[in-house]
Design a protein around this ligand. Sequence first.
Ligand code: SAM
Ligand code: SF4
Length: 335
Amino acid sequence: QRPLGVLRLSLTARCNLACPYCRPDGEEPPGLLTLEQRLRVIAAGVALGVNSLRLTGGEPLLHPQLTDLLQAVQPLRRDGLKDIALTSNGLLLTAQRAEALRAAGLDRLTLSLDGTTGASVAAMAGLADSAAGERALEQVLRAIEHARDAGFDPAQGALKLNAVIQKGRNDEQVLPLAQLCRERGLELRLIEYMDVGNRNGWQPADVVTAAEMVRTISERWPLEPQGRAGHSTANRWRYGDGQGSVAMVASVSQPFCGDCNRLRVTADGIAYTCLFAAPGSGVDLKPSLAASRDPADLQATLGQLWQERADRYSEERSTAAARPAAHAEMAYLGG
Ligand code: SAM
Ligand code: SF4
């Protein structure tokens, strides 16, 4: 009985980084959806209750038709689409690109950055050395300012920063990241390292829990709990000194399957209802998207998939019997 609310659409499985916790493919899967097919998927989602669209990847800024897609979905606002967001590593976000995304109708932007030093960025982004990490860090810091200048106002929740924290790799970056975001007026979203995919070698011991991260931050800057809004992925905390807020995505230590409203569609048109699904367990939308098929078929296929969903992997994680033997990869699913 979980209502559908969010569509996360992956535009590409490729990425210009190779974060070891994500490990994207170097190339696209066969059968990528066309722009027109993606529009039909979004329209069918909106007809079924989707009010929020998140474009993701791989790295969505690698997609040559991103602004065309943004422009083309605008009419769906009349049918109930309220919010269009994008998640990006920010490396390709020039001033011009940020302005073009805003002008094309993007409402919100989340950039990802896992450290504040060349060494930590290199370790988390799969870059060769600290110098390469330093260059990437500078690029993302510039991207934040380009986004702000283009009108993505962090005070309105239109610009946020994601950071995955992994024990032994960048856990010393929790405070520096919090400081960086406080200085820039950004909400930081600290994400527990998740067991998505099979390539990252995830171990429970690699997870820094949200509770640990809250403790670390609150020892320096006291935090006041704000709770988790319905259907949201993040628990929010307000800084006691009024300097904004910080959020925790605690999908490992405090799962939130019970009100999950997120449908995921991969770049090649496979629909998944759970981030931790087994590869091959999704529903291929391409047959329903075939030109010869009645447009109502797609909506019926998605509607049935959603009605039948019973997945709650994060809540069952600790039970060995509930574990799929393998998970679909994060860059393929789009996070
Ligand atoms: N390339 C873009 C980016 O990095 O923002 C968009 C796609 S990426 C898959 C979406 C988000 O998922 C990023 O914020 C990334 O840090 C996060 N992510 C990837 N693998 C993860 C994992 N194993 N655990 C937790 N978060 C992860
Ligand atoms: Fe690329 Fe994002 Fe995956 Fe990092 S997390 S490899 S930036 S898709």
